[in-house]
Design a binder for this molecule. Structure first.
Ligand code: NAP
Ligand code: MG
Length: 482
């Protein structure tokens, strides 16, 4: 399936109609937060984009009250067909303003425009279209009799796919009949705030969607602890996810957690090598490696290891790093100074622990946060770079001899979000896929997303599924899923 139908043409920042400052969006009104303010910057240039008002606990209280009121008085009384109309309208408005959203996302996040233009924003529209179609069909979804909404959903999202993570959370929540309080990540609030405009344009009743930028430890925590919230949906680090699970243990609040990963991309010697090389690159260098399901560990069969690594470095040398707004750019900026420091620190352990380091030979822009694509070879399973989630453009290469060894090594991680298998042998593909403890296993491809496919983790990668029918169930009282 191609989402290119939704793709806008490339554009410059001239099309953006940004305001110098943004307030919180609560109950259909723009209202200043009491948690101070911060400047959101472009990580590629360190230039400021806009001033963002921040929510404190009292603002979260107001937002939850607004969401509750709209749930009780409007949204829960509406038919599924009516809710669906709003979602269809939102999807179409996203398409209409796709160029603007792509540019804004690239500016705020640092990822290349070709990704926001061809992947992020088209998928956002696809997600809203998909769940719009569910809204009047809940009775047929095989989710039990009279599926009913949970109430108010608190949603906390990360900075790596800002608007797409919003879509993954808001679309199913509204389709199932819930109202929403959403906290975007500190470094990427822009497109979520622009989305508030889309809600207004779509005529969505006030209070159905509330957008509350704020600090994780303040606004995020207040949302998690709020007794008026019926469900918390979180995507982010395993550490914060664990804290949320602890806070909500024994409470009535339902929780879904999408956390970190350390995906294995397994290449057998009968694979189509050139295609596998492209898949390895997509797996770890897409979005600067800021991807929870990234294929950050390459497991390659020993007899083709040298050939694969050679082809990989040769192909990588053709990639362009630089201005994310340039449509020819392949590798953009790292999202924040903090993330750059984290990547640098973990990567430094690679050589110290005996791995060989290859780095893309390229100029780095003088301003902004940049990290050169890096590959470690001669890595062992005990090396930090093979164990810890780096969340950056860093690939660790390990080898194996037999399929059984590949399975053991792939599963040798506390995480379990994604994996990839490259082979022309269908029975081997199925057997290996069956043995991998990962929520998604791609075969002869990597990092493909589709709103009909459930996505989520095993082990420390979290629980619950987003996408498709399972993603809908996560927002229904008798939907079966936790
Ligand atoms: P994070 O702290 O887990 O941030 C995710 C979201 O949770 C943000 O909106 C954040 O707000 C919020 N948050 C932070 N502390 C919170 C708390 N105590 N209660 C409620 N919400 C809270 O992740 P990060 O610091 O941005 O990134 C650190 C690492 O997490 C990365 O290196 C990567 O390994 C992992 N990560 C994973 C994903 C994923 O898709 N699974 C996404 C991002 C990061 P603030 O923005 O204000 O902190
Ligand atoms: Mg920013």
């Amino acid at each position: 399936m191609s989402f290119r139908d939704y793709a806008p043409a490339p554009e410059s920042t001239a099309i953006l109609n940004l305001r110098p400052s943004y307030a919180l969006y609560i109950g259909g009104e723009w209202t200043d937060g009491r948690g101070g303010s911060m400047t959101t910057i472009s990580p590629a240039t360190e230039k400021s984009i806009a001033e963002i008002s921040l929510a404190d606990a009292s603002d979260i209280d107001r937002a939850v009250a607004a969401a509750r009121k709209s749930y009780d008085t409007v949204w829960s009384r509406m038919s599924g067909a009516e809710r669906g109309k709003y979602l269809f309208r939102i999807a179409r408005l996203i398409q209409e303003r796709a160029r603007e959203f792509a540019v804004a996302e690239t500016l705020d996040n640092g990822k290349p425009i070709r990704e926001t233009r061809d992947i992020d924003i088209p998928l956002v529209a696809a997600w809203f279209f998909h769940y719009a179609g569910w809204a009047d069909k809940l009775d047929y979804a095989g989710l039990g009799p009279n599926p009913s909404a949970l109430g108010v959903a608190g949603q906390i999202i990360p900075w790596n796919f800002p608007l797409l993570m919003l879509a993954w959370k808001v679309a199913p929540a509204l389709a199932a009949g819930n109202t929403v309080v959403l906290k975007p990540a500190e470094t990427t609030p822009l497109t979520a705030l622009m989305f508030a405009d889309i809600c207004e344009q779509a005529g969505l009743p006030a209070g159905v969607v509330n957008i509350v930028p704020g600090l994780g430890g303040v606004a995020g925590q207040a949302l998690v602890e709020h007794a008026g919230v019926n469900k918390i949906a979180f995507t982010g680090s395993t550490g914060v996810g664990r804290q949320i699970a602890r806070t909500l243990a024994g409470s009535e609040t339902r929780v879904t957690l999408e956390l970190g990963g350390k995906g294995a991309n397994i290449v057998f010697d009968d694979a189509a090598i050139d295609e596998a090389v492209e898949g390895i690159i997509t797996g770890i260098f897409f979005n600067q490696g800021h991807v929870c399901c990234a294929g950050s560990r390459l497991l390659v069969q020993e007899n083709i290891q040298d050939e694969v690594v050679e082809k990989l470095t040769r192909r990588l040398s053709t990639l362009r790093l630089g201005d994310p707004l340039d449509k020819n750019t392949d590798i953009g900026a790292v999202n924040s100074k903090e993330q750059l420091a984290r990547i640098t620190a973990i990567t430094a352990t690679g050589e110290a622990e005996g791995a060989n380091r290859w780095t893309l030979d390229c100029e780095l822009p003088s301003k902004g946060f940049w990290f050169r694509p890096t590959i470690f070879t001669n890595v062992t399973t005990s090396n930090t770079v093979a164990r810890d989630e780096i969340f950056g453009p860093v690939l660790s290469v390990l080898s194996f001899r037999t399929p059984d060894e590949a399975i053991v090594k792939a599963n040798n991680t506390p995480y379990g979000l994604s994996a990839g298998i490259w082979t022309q042998n269908a029975s081997r593909m199925l057997r290996v896929a069956d043995s991998l403890r990962a929520g998604v296993v791609w075969a002869n491809t990597f990092n493909q997303f589709d709103p009909t496919s459930p996505f989520g983790g095993y082990k420390e990668s979290g629980y619950g599924r987003e996408g498709g029918r399972h993603g809908l169930a996560a927002y229904l009282a008798n939907g079966g899923a936790r």
